[in-house]
Design a protein around this ligand. Structure first.
Ligand code: 13P
Length: 254
């Protein structure tokens, strides 16, 4: 049985004070859910250390939204994965569609970022997803297959403990246009099938696959009811603590 996993990606939102306030409110409720579910928040870099202090000992995970592929160097404006780990992160998001599309991150670069993150002891939430054009041309699975094969080429069976895949169709991110539960399930099942083909049944059965793209309290339950949807990566609706708490409380049918 895979543990449900709910993650909030704050993108470029919240000051340090706002991030601390959110985390304190979240922690007050933490005992109710951290036993049975994995909960994660991904604040901007500036708030990581402060949030880490607030959530210490609660079991809530902390993620950076991006890290560099090198351990250190002359890379103005960048942050390495060991720096994120030192700030208190146990996870990093790699390959978010905004990084791929706004900052030109390629599969090859993302493969190096994944390796660097694993070397620093961070777990990886690896984000994949097709654009609207690609979906309309019937290329959805070819696109996610390529993203997985190339971005995760360093993957060995043992890495299953430190990998989560987030399927986020680009056309559903921040648009209010969620994939239907059936559309999400179809791609999640294909991803699990691909993992089985590449790395065997055990790695496929335990792979956590999140859905992301306009997840909200009112569509959470129907998405999470699908067999291969193990959780959610939530953007906009994760910024409000009441809304995030509502989404954490969902019950996945047995
Ligand atoms: P929205 O939930 O705002 O659509 O964002 C999804 C996302 O990009 C999470 O990483």
């Amino acid at each position: 049985m895979r543990r449900p996993f709910i993650a909030g990606n704050w993108k470029m939102h919240k000051t340090i004070a706002e991030a601390v306030d959110f985390s304190q409110k979240l922690c007050k409720q933490a005992q109710q859910f951290t036993g049975g579910k994995d909960i994660l928040i991904a604040p901007p870099f500036t708030a990581l250390s402060s949030v880490a202090k607030v959530i210490e000992g609660t079991g809530i995970h902390l993620a950076a939204q991006n890290t560099h592929e090198s351990p250190q160097g002359a890379f103005t404006g960048e942050v390495s994965s060991s720096m994120a780990a030192e700030a208190g992160c146990d996870y990093v998001l790699i390959g978010h569609s905004e990084r791929r599309h706004l900052y030109g991150e390629t599969d090859d670069l993302l493969a190096r970022k994944v390796e660097a993150a694993w070397k620093s002891g961070l777990k990886v939430i690896f984000c994949i997803g097709e654009t609207l054009d690609e979906r309309e041309q019937g290329k959805t699975f070819a696109v996610v297959e390529k993203q997985i094969k190339e971005g995760l080429k360093a993957f060995k069976e043992d890495d299953i403990e430190r990998l989560v895949i987030a399927y986020e169709p680009v056309w559903a991110i921040g648009t209010g246009k969620t994939a239907t539960p059936e559309q999400a399930e179809e791609v999640h099942a294909l991803i699990r099938g691909l993992q089985k083909k590449l790395h065997g049944a055990a790695a496929a059965d335990s792979l956590i696959i999140l859905y992301g793209g306009s997840v909200k309290p009112d569509n959470m339950t129907e998405l999470m009811a699908k067999e291969n949807v193990d959780g959610a990566l939530i953007g906009g609706a994760s910024l409000d603590v009441e809304s995030f708490l509502q989404m954490i409380m969902f019950d996945k049918p047995e």
